[in-house]
Design a protein around this ligand. Structure first.
Ligand SMILES: [Zn+2]
Length: 147
């Protein structure tokens, strides 16, 4: 019988001994860096939407088996429904592309209406938005009034 040599070795330097870099005051981030996290979110969201769209094409019904094929009306309703979803996805992808374009042009996060900077938490929550909360509220009120 062979004695298996131990592969485990105790590290001579514990990770806690790592020298801590002196904290430097962060310079104002380059305009592009300011929204690096949001850019990553947008790109990820875009990938997910497109991946789902491809899945939808491979399986247009979005279902393995229809429980009741005789119910033609609900099949058509389903198709209308998935078409509407696809339209919504396309609009969202367009909005994401536009937002990414604005980041590239360093005009991202500026309200289209009042040209004030949109607060970061709002952008983080709704990265494709082009309006600050005040202008968005105004717009919604105007839309309501038009109806
Ligand atoms: Zn505004």
């Amino acid at each position: 019988m062979k004695a298996s040599p131990s592969t485990k070795r105790i590290s001579p330097t514990p990770s806690a001994a790592k020298p801590v870099a002196p904290k430097r005051k962060a310079k104002t981030a380059a305009p592009g860096d300011k929204y690096a996290v949001i850019r990553r979110d947008l790109e990820q969201q875009r990938r997910i939407i497109l991946a789902e769209a491809v899945e939808g094409l491979a399986n247009p019904n979005g279902q393995e088996a229809l429980p009741d094929v005789s119910d033609q009306a609900s099949v058509e309703a389903d198709q209308n429904f998935s078409m509407r979803i696809r339209e919504r996805e396309q609009r969202l992808v367009k909005k994401i592309d536009e937002a990414l374009g604005r980041i590239d042009q360093n005009i991202y996060g500026i309200c289209e209406r009042c040209e004030e900077e949109i607060p970061y938490p709002r952008l983080k929550a709704r990265p494709v938005t082009t309006l600050c909360i005040d202008c968005k509220t105004l717009e919604e009120q105007e839309e309501k009034a038009r109806r």
